[in-house]
Ligand binder design. Structure first.
Ligand code: FES
Length: 68
């Protein structure tokens, strides 16, 4: 049975992915992820892409702003 992965879209923030996932970069290399929950950057401003590093909050990014 396939485990369900939950993705929450945080208002003015990241995607929170809950569940067992495998993440790969654009070269198809595996990106280590913490088991259980990961925050993926949605604003495009993180210095730790693809992960959220909190920059969205400091920079005042909002859902209504186009992604760079
Ligand atoms: S969503 Fe948090 S740094 Fe981009």
């Amino acid at each position: 049975m396939m485990e369900t992965v939950k993705i929450d879209i945080v208002k003015d923030g990241p995607y929170i992915v809950t569940g067992s996932v495998e993440l790969f970069d654009s070269d198809e290399k595996p990106v280590p992820v913490k088991a259980g929950k990961v925050a993926l950057c949605r604003c495009g401003r993180s210095a730790e892409k693809p992960f959220c590093d909190g920059t969205h909050r400091k920079s005042g990014w909002s859902d209504t702003e186009p992604t760079p």
